[in-house]
Design a protein around this ligand. Sequence first.
Ligand SMILES: *[C@@H]1O[C@H](CO)[C@@H](O)[C@H](O)[C@H]1NC(C)=O
Ligand SMILES: *[C@@H]1O[C@H](CO)[C@@H](O)[C@H](O)[C@H]1NC(C)=O
Length: 119
Amino acid sequence: MRSSAIIAAVASLAGLASASALPKFDQHAAHIAYTYTNGTYTKPFDVPTNGQAQKFSSNNIVVSDVFVSPPFDGRRYVLTQCSFQAPSNKSLGAVSIRKPTTVPVNPPAAIGYVTCKSN
Ligand SMILES: *[C@@H]1O[C@H](CO)[C@@H](O)[C@H](O)[C@H]1NC(C)=O
Ligand SMILES: *[C@@H]1O[C@H](CO)[C@@H](O)[C@H](O)[C@H]1NC(C)=O
């Protein structure tokens, strides 16, 4: 009796541990990285998908591609629209994606702001 209670307790602890070890899916942020014209790229950063312009400056460095990974709800990627603005707020274009996608910035340009919105 006693040992089976201990085994049950250990098993439920193990269950808790493996549940908390699951990756934490961020349902409310896209992940974006910039690729410079020389081919180097930034670490991905989190962009909230709240439809608000967020300052994610490339520090006036010209960007040739943007990698965009939409939020993941635990089962699938969420359809997400992202638009990009120059530091002057000039529009650099927009994408609508439902999987991680590399988007060319054409012509390449410095980025000042990113606005993302999920359905
Ligand atoms: C590429 O350009 C970035 C931004 O100017 C710079 O930080 C990086 O060191 C450059 N990498 C190479 C390999 O030249
Ligand atoms: C561009 O838009 C952002 C966010 O809406 C704003 O904070 C910033 O002042 C604007 N910059 C210019 C140069 O208009």
